[in-house]
Design a binder for this molecule. Sequence first.
Ligand code: SF4
Length: 362
Amino acid sequence: MKHLDEYRSEAHATGLAEAIRRRVTKPWTLMEICGGQTHTLIRSGIDRMLPDEVTLVHGPGCPVCVTPIGVLDAAVDLVKRPEVTLLSFGDMLRVPGTSEDLLGARARGGDVRMVYSPLDAVQLAAAHPEREVVFLAVGFETTAPACALAVKRAKQEGLTNFSILCAHVRVPPAMEAILDAPDCRVQGFLAAGHVCTVMGYHEYEPIAERYGIPITVTGFEPSDLLQGIAMTLDALEAETHGVTNQYTRVVTREGNGPAQAVLDEVFDVVDREWRGIGTIPGGGFGVAKAYAAYDAAKKFGLGEPKADIDNACIAGEILRGVKRPPACPAFGTDCTPDHPLGAPMVSSEGACAAYYRYGRRP
Ligand code: SF4
């Protein structure tokens, strides 16, 4: 049963959609960055409430979707070591690697566990000094501070049996990569409110300036999203650009200083492979030299993971907003949540999963 606030939010959303209809005069294409926002847009039918002139495409803001297959393969290889216990968030366990996923590795006897926080992994390492505990660290600037804190805690506690397989990614360089692509359709962004809660939105200002586009920091309720869309469309119709903040109840320009400080201390900004997109300069966080003992890649001598993409899966085009899930020939036929060919169908934040789950099937 829906909560009263959801009805209020939906009623507000309907009014906003009407206001947008009255204001739009030209065709525009907007991208929401965050996979959580994608699910709300499709679940609420917001894309269908908008005038025909407005096209929503869906961005790469699903951490599971952009983690390269090489990282999963490295995790599967690590699990083959009898001394290793590997932990990660639940969705990561089902993402297909080259030969199998982590659940398959567990079925073969590997010690693979799901956790809700990287600090759980530190606790496990402290309780089991005989095990090598590795946390598969994926996600954006939202989850990276908790992972950095876990590394810091492990060092403070003098643990030598904890490390992270670090695949954290950063949003602003990915936005630039999307805008630089010759087939880019995006004319305005809805920036993810939770990333901006941590990082603020000052990082987006040079991007808006350089590319002459509007970027609106946007929340997660249907009415937040429609407000964000309306603000972005207003800027486009007025031929202005810059960063505006719809999510003022949570986000400030400067963001969360202590969270940024722990990121700066534990991580360096590095080039990073994004699944389906390629190497993005400055596109990720890597473990800083002072914490190198907690870097599983160094500890276990792992090579640089290569990005790859599943046969038949057009996730790269989906994640860059060039196509939407129904344009994939495998969508809803060969590729379903029970038999996913690619990460966007596995992840609870994936665009393909959103379209499938909310009835946009062929
Ligand atoms: S529907 Fe499946 S195969 Fe197609 S892009 Fe999405 S995840 Fe890949």
